[in-house]
Ligand binder design. Structure first.
Ligand SMILES: Cc1cc2nc3c(=O)[nH]c(=O)nc-3n(C[C@H](O)[C@H](O)[C@H](O)COP(=O)(O)OP(=O)(O)OC[C@H]3O[C@@H](n4cnc5c(N)ncnc54)[C@H](O)[C@@H]3O)c2cc1C
Length: 360
């Protein structure tokens, strides 16, 4: 029989943990978290934390090379050793086993594998079914692949790949001047790559005031970054060890070619209901690229009918996607009683449970 919970949370990123902690702390809910790729989700593993670790190094390099001498500090020209920078970044990341230990210690059941919805109250993970009054879908984002001719054939990288590089690309085209693209652009420029950022919009940082975006663009240009706005990357192709991008200005002026060693597409987009065509395109992209972490670009949820609810490509997903693993610590959720009649919208009376939903 399927194990019963008050709340099942699909995903174990920041959003999932916040929801799980609130349900446990404020409502005394028995909660299960399901994660298929990395406990902790993106932010601490492949997004906020590791990129900030890189930014700190990039900043220091920049200061050494630009102001140290002026301040009377005698050092030679500083160079980035990306293999060592990456190794340090990796050492800052909490191990997966520790995530599971902490989540179990906070009172949550943890199930490893890819979740698919069977019905409004049932989730399947491998051969296992779990049931709950409520299911929270907190499955995060995936990299938005722009409609550029040939992009899937050139071996582009996303933010996860970029954080795995151990050799600095001599040149880098960053496709998109949003927050993540700018962060990577500046980091790699300061590490020593020749960076070009191309955006179809009129300004980088599209949510910023135009004046602020202009200041930012000027500062990035001071770092040696070439900023090309109002321009589409129309197509890409491989030419030996290089990627050749055709850049088409939106005002109809002449196209130009840009040759780079690496193409970075860092922009995440929210996962949600998406068309079958999108999914199929993503799957083709994944097949071509053949990367283990590409499971992040797939989305199987939202299939309500039981006969369609199993993972579409379980055999091709990450190791473990076709099975599930339970981690329930002694004294953890297995001992909690379910309260099926409790209204999860209504906070419990009395003090919040301080012993649960904390510290993970
Ligand atoms: C490079 C980069 C830098 C960033 N820097 C910052 C920053 O400095 N500050 C900031 O505030 N934000 C930053 N962000 C944004 C931040 O990382 C996200 O807002 C945050 O991680 C979103 O959390 P989430 O819980 O919604 O999703 P995620 O952390 O992505 O978690 C979703 C989880 O769901 C899992 N999942 C998906 N489908 C299934 C399934 N079917 N079954 C089981 N599990 C599934 C995934 O494996 C994933 O682990 C950055 C983002 C990027 C890409």
């Amino acid at each position: 029989m399927a194990e019963q919970f008050d709340l099942i949370v699909i995903g174990a990123g920041s959003g999932a943990r916040y929801g799980a902690q609130k349900a446990a702390r404020d409502y005394g809910a028995k909660v299960a978290l399901i994660e298929r790729t990395r406990w902790g989700g993106s932010c601490p593993n492949v997004a906020c934390k590791p990129t900030k670790a890189y930014l700190v190094v990039a900043d220091l390099l920049h200061d050494i090379n630009t102001i140290a001498e002026r301040l009377g500090i005698e050092v030679g020209h500083a160079r980035a050793n990306l293999a060592k920078i990456k190794a340090r970044k990796d050492s800052l990341i909490k191990p997966q086993e520790k995530w599971v230990e902490d989540l179990n210690g906070a009172g949550f059941a943890t199930v490893e594998g890819e979740a698919t919805l069977v019905d409004a109250h049932t989730v399947r993970v491998g051969d296992e079914e779990l049931q709950a009054d409520r299911i929270l879908i907190a499955t995060g984002s995936r990299t938005a692949v722009p409609p550029v001719d040939g992009i899937e054939d050139v071996g582009w990288i996303d933010h996860v790949d970029a954080l795995e590089l151990t050799e600095l690309p001599e040149s880098l085209l960053v496709l998109g001047g949003g927050a993540v693209g700018l962060e990577f652009g500046q980091t790699f420029a300061r590490f020593g790559s020749k960076v070009t950022i191309v955006d179809a919009l009129e300004q980088i940082a599209p949510r910023a005031e135009p004046a602020a975006a202009a200041e930012l663009a000027a500062a990035l240009e001071d770092d040696g970054i070439e900023m090309i706005t109002n321009t589409f990357v129309k197509s890409t192709r491989r030419d030996g060890g290089q990627i050749v991008a055709a850049l088409a200005p939106r005002d109809g002026s002449a196209e130009r070619e840009l040759r780079v060693a690496q193409l970075l597409r860092p922009r995440p987009e929210r996962r949600g209901a998406e068309s079958r065509a999108d999914r199929s395109r993503d799957d083709q992209a994944r097949n071509r690229r053949g990367r283990a972490h590409a499971d992040e670009r797939r989305w199987h949820l939202g299939r309500r009918r039981r006969d369609r609810a199993r993972p579409v490509h379980a055999d091709r997903a990450v190791p473990g996607a076709d099975r599930s693993r339970r981690h329930v610590r002694d004294g953890g959720v297995s001992r909690l009683r379910r309260a099926p009649d409790r209204d999860l919208h209504r906070p419990r009376a009395g003090p919040a449970r301080a012993d649960r939903g904390r510290g993970a």
